[in-house]
Write a protein of this length. Structure first.
Length: 208
């Protein structure tokens, strides 16, 4: 047995290459660096629009100041994911962003719509952006309730598509009464903290 192992061609190199591959597969997803004139499309529902705070206090407005990049607020209150999927391609073609920040699905969860349908719609949104060469960041949206748990579908989509992903920001913010304007929306301070979390994520992923 020992002789057969020693005679295997370059077995140490094969083992080293396999280890390198496994390590690379576990590396966090990265983003292309955003040039100074880049456009970021913040796409979602009322959490993106900024319900519960003034327009200048929404997370896209705060993130624009932090990142020094143009951030388009493309949030529509009350929108479900099927409506968002229908709306997104036109927004991508109009603004031609370098990055899409996707915060969607809260109204599906609030109305107890199918999580399978939500997962399909989110995946289709990601694919619509990717087909245009647009990078994507995904934010997990917690389901209403005492635990405010984020459905597994968000993490599964992030892993499947290799997306930079934040599972905790909204869950933490909406779990703190001092950061909410009502049971399902942050206040100005909550949106500021969400923007800070996303800014840190963009920096860690190499976009800034």
């Amino acid at each position: 047995m020992n002789r057969s192992i020693r005679s295997f061609p370059n077995w140490r190199h094969v083992a080293a290459a396999l280890l390198l591959l496994l390590t690379a597969c576990g590396a966090p997803p990265t983003l292309p660096r955003l040039p100074a004139g880049a456009v970021v499309l913040a796409f979602g529902d009322s959490l993106t629009y900024g319900t519960g705070a003034d327009s200048g206090q929404s997370y896209p407005a705060v993130l624009m100041a932090l990142a020094g990049r143009r951030v388009i607020n493309a949030g529509v209150p009350g929108e479900v994911s099927a409506e968002g999927l229908a709306r997104l391609p036109g927004m991508l073609d109009e603004y031609r962003p370098q990055l899409l920040i996707l915060v969607h699905g809260g109204n599906d969860l609030l109305r107890k719509r199918s999580e399978q349908e939500l997962a399909r719609n989110l995946r289709a949104m990601v694919e619509a952006a990717r087909s245009r060469g647009i990078a994507v960041v995904l934010v997990g949206v917690p389901a209403p309730g005492l635990l405010l748990s984020v459905p597994d579908l968000y993490e599964k989509l992030a892993e499947e598509q290799r997306l930079p992903y934040d599972a905790e920001a909204l869950r933490t913010i909406l779990g703190d009464r001092a950061l909410k304007s009502d049971p399902i929306h942050p206040n100005a301070e909550g949106y500021r903290q969400l923007a800070q979390r996303l800014h840190a994520l963009l920096r860690a992923a190499g976009a800034l």
